[in-house]
Design a binder for this molecule. Structure first.
Ligand code: SAM
Length: 216
């Protein structure tokens, strides 16, 4: 495939899978039109990069379904000055989408090879407002907190307490919560009095493994 094929497939993906299924935020749609998803999947998966499904990225992990990336990004209600934490860098694709929407992204990945690969990919695309860290993201990044938004892209038994505490007032934490074989997106907003929680759509993510996730 050549670049124009990928561009056509990407435009089609956004029109059918993202906008066509109800994602309306024009900034999210624009970011998904601009970030070359095929660059974030292994060579052997490139021809499938714009299909409506997650794809393997090695180490038993996946790049999330494009629709889920669109829904989650929209739900975070991001504004350009925001500082965002992502837990589960994986390929770096979600971080790249976020990079176009906010001022600064910190992204944590527990598998060092994936963290290094994502970091190299983001640099090669000249995306310079994302910092990729290797470690247990269920603990967040206290030294860079508080965050306006936190997105967890792996499924845990509950929303990590450490992440709730790293939200600023008005900050949003979005995470898939539930059993290993199926979760529900949970959107938690920090208020002056505590936390407000809204359950969202059903989803299936790879496990969130760590001290406030599933055991390894
Ligand atoms: N956001 C990614 C992307 O755009 O490619 C997809 C993420 S993949 C569905 C989930 C990732 O979360 C995996 O790469 C996995 O290794 C990582 N993960 C699981 N538990 C983690 C933890 N405690 N801290 C950081 N990363 C974790």
């Amino acid at each position: 495939m050549i670049d124009s094929d990928y561009e056509r497939d990407r435009a089609d993906m956004v029109a059918r899978q993202i906008e066509g299924r109800g994602v309306r935020d024009p900034r999210v749609l624009d970011a998904m039109r601009r970030i070359p998803r095929h660059e974030f999947v292994p060579e052997i998966e490139r021809a499938h990069a714009y299909e409506d499904r997650p794809l393997p990225i090695g180490y038993g992990q996946t790049i999330s379904q494009p629709y889920m990336v669109g829904v989650m990004t929209e739900a975070l209600k991001l504004t350009p000055g925001d500082r965002v934490l992502e837990v589960g860098t994986g390929s770096g694709y979600q971080a790249a989408i976020l990079s176009l929407l906010v001022a600064k992204v910190i992204s944590i990945e527990r598998i060092s090879e994936l963290a290094a690969g994502a970091d190299a990919k983001l640099r090669s695309l000249e995306i310079n407002n994302v910092t990729v860290l290797n470690g247990d993201g269920t603990l967040g990044c206290p030294e860079k907190a508080p965050f306006d938004a936190i997105i967890v892209t792996a499924g845990g038994p509950e929303a990590p307490e450490a992440l709730r505490r790293q939200l600023c007032i008005g900050g949003r934490l979005l995470c898939p919560v539930g059993p290993r074989d199926g979760q529900r997106l949970s959107l938690i907003t920090r208020t002056p009095e505590g936390y407000a929680e809204e359950p969202g759509v059903g989803c299936v993510f790879v496990p969130l493994i760590g001290s406030e996730g599933w055991p390894n």
